[in-house]
Design a binder for this molecule. Structure first.
Ligand code: 5AD
Ligand code: SF4
Length: 472
């Protein structure tokens, strides 16, 4: 069942936890710490900002390490096995913290524990984890936490229903970049993917609340807003008869201000010409706001046979015709994609079809993944490709895209780019780092005061993954 809920900031659960954190404050002279670690995609990042919002509302104070926390929450991912193993391994390291501090509360939530076998794994093998819950109703976090405190025993909440909550408190990581979740869940059932099983069916937030959230972010000086959903192109389905993602984008563009609008992710079968037209109308240099000239369109494979087995509902021809329309309407659009190598039954010929699509589209960037078996998905029982073959194809894929990315990055040399400054470079203290509207990473020397503002940078050199320049 899917239903809309309204978060209640004065519910008995919120009040109960607040009473406990107030008692901690009385005793220790400081608020108890909360530490949240996020695995996986931006949707999870956005959910974690809501968990942090709720935790702060209940009287916790954000801390930067597990060691300083009285409450630890891990928000997990299930899209590939690697993400799950990482989360389990880090969870294992919490054993000694719980031994030192038996009052420590440890919760695990998100996509990994929305799978019954993983929920049971943690239940049985990690006895120091206090509470578990999936993705279905994340506004119920205060209830889950309060229950584990009230009952003084471990509690487990497998998903039984799926909500789309409004009125959520949110503690954002950035003051100038904001995520807005516009829909959740997926109905597509690509045969390799676990998301429809762990995130439930598609459900959209109502447009008034999304528009109000954009307005508030803009009023507070936000410079980049990213609209999030497993398939943003399905926005509005089942909620409105005649209002979809293109209409929402168009309405957001009426909220004036100097900020960029991004969105992800789009399914090629649902990306409409109407959507591309709205982007084309609102991506000019004088547009404020400006929809960025960048489109992430996951291809997954360039082989028609594999796309069919993936249940993707498009082939090379329709995908290329969509790209053709984008390039016709927005000639300098930057494109990026997701590719999976080694999907079951993939032959060398299928793989060469994927390489040829990279050459045909000439993506600016891509995210590439080695196929990972997901329990309960149709592809689990298909004929698997040997690991060595997958790895070899993966490195050839990278080689091809790296060459194209470098060639495309070199086209920036000598040009002036508008960059949203994100912070100091992690590898070079002297340098600031930011991104242009096409999501290219740009490094340049500058003062901390520029962080969170737009600047113009003249590009001097180009590498595969970044551009370097100087302020103009
Ligand atoms: N194995 C590898 N990659 C996967 N993805 C989704 N499921 C799998 C899987 N089982 C990739 C897809 C998707 C991205 C978010 O993760 O490319 O677009
Ligand atoms: Fe997974 Fe396909 Fe849904 Fe994307 S569209 S979340 S790949 S099932």
């Amino acid at each position: 069942m899917i239903y809309t809920t309204k978060f209640d900031a004065s519910s008995p659960d919120v009040k109960f936890v607040k009473k406990m954190t107030d008692a901690y404050y009385e005793k220790n002279g400081k608020r108890p710490g909360v530490f949240i670690r996020t695995f996986g995609c931006q949707q999870n990042e956005a959910d974690s900002e809501r968990y942090m919002g709720m935790a702060v509302l209940m009287g916790y104070e954000k801390v930067e390490t597990e060691e300083k926390a009285s409450l630890i929450l891990y928000n997990t991912c299930a899209v590939r096995e690697h993400a799950e193993l990482k989360a389990l391994s880090i969870t294992g390291q919490l054993k000694h913290l719980k031994a030192q501090n038996p009052d420590l509360k440890i919760g695990i939530c998100g996509c990994m524990v929305a799978q019954e076998h993983r929920l049971n794994d943690i239940k049985n093998k990690y006895p120091y984890v206090d509470f578990l819950f999936g993705t279905g109703s994340h506004e119920k976090f205060p209830y889950y936490l309060a229950e584990s405190m009230r009952k003084r025993k471990r509690v487990f909440y497998p998903d039984e229903s799926y909500s789309i909550p409004e009125n959520m408190p949110v503690r954002r990581e950035s003051t100038f970049k904001g995520w807005i979740s516009i829909m959740n869940g997926c109905n597509n059932f690509c045969t390799y993917c676990v998301v429809p099983y762990v995130r439930g069916r598609e459900r959209s937030r109502c447009r008034e609340n999304i528009l109000a959230e954009v307005e508030e972010l803009v009023k507070n000086g936000c410079k980049e807003i990213t609209l999030l959903g497993q398939n943003v192109n399905s926005y509005g389905k089942g909620l409105y008869d005649d209002y979809g993602f293109a209409d929402l984008l168009s309405d957001i563009c009426k909220i004036k201000g100097d900020y960029w609008i991004r969105f992800m992710t789009s399914h090629p079968k649902d990306a409409s010409h109407k959507l591309i037209d709205v982007i084309a109308e609102n991506c000019g240099d004088d547009c404020q706001p400006k929809i960025v000239k960048q489109f992430h369109l996951p291809l997954q494979s360039g082989s028609d046979a594999i796309l069919h087995k993936m249940n993707r509902h498009y082939g090379r021809k329709t995908y290329l015709s969509l790209i053709g329309y984008m390039k016709e309407k927005i000639p300098d659009i930057a494109l990026s994609t997701d590719i999976i190598v080694g999907f079951p039954t993939e032959t060398e010929e299928d793989f060469l079809d994927t390489l040829s699509m990279l050459e045909a589209v000439r993506y600016d960037a891509f995210f590439s993944f080695i196929y990972s078996i997901r329990r309960g998905t149709p592809a689990e029982t298909m004929e698997q490709v040997p690991d060595a073959v997958k790895k070899e194809r993966f490195s050839r894929l990278l080689e091809t895209q790296n060459r194209i990315s470098l060639e495309k990055n070199k086209e920036y040399v000598g040009k002036r780019e508008r960059v949203l400054v994100e912070g100091r470079s992690k590898t070079d203290e002297k340098m600031l780092t930011g991104r242009n509207e096409k999501n290219r990473l740009v490094h340049f020397e500058g003062d901390d005061s520029l962080i969170g503002t737009f600047v113009n940078v003249k590009i001097i050199t180009a590498d595969t993954y970044c551009l370097t320049g100087e302020l103009v």
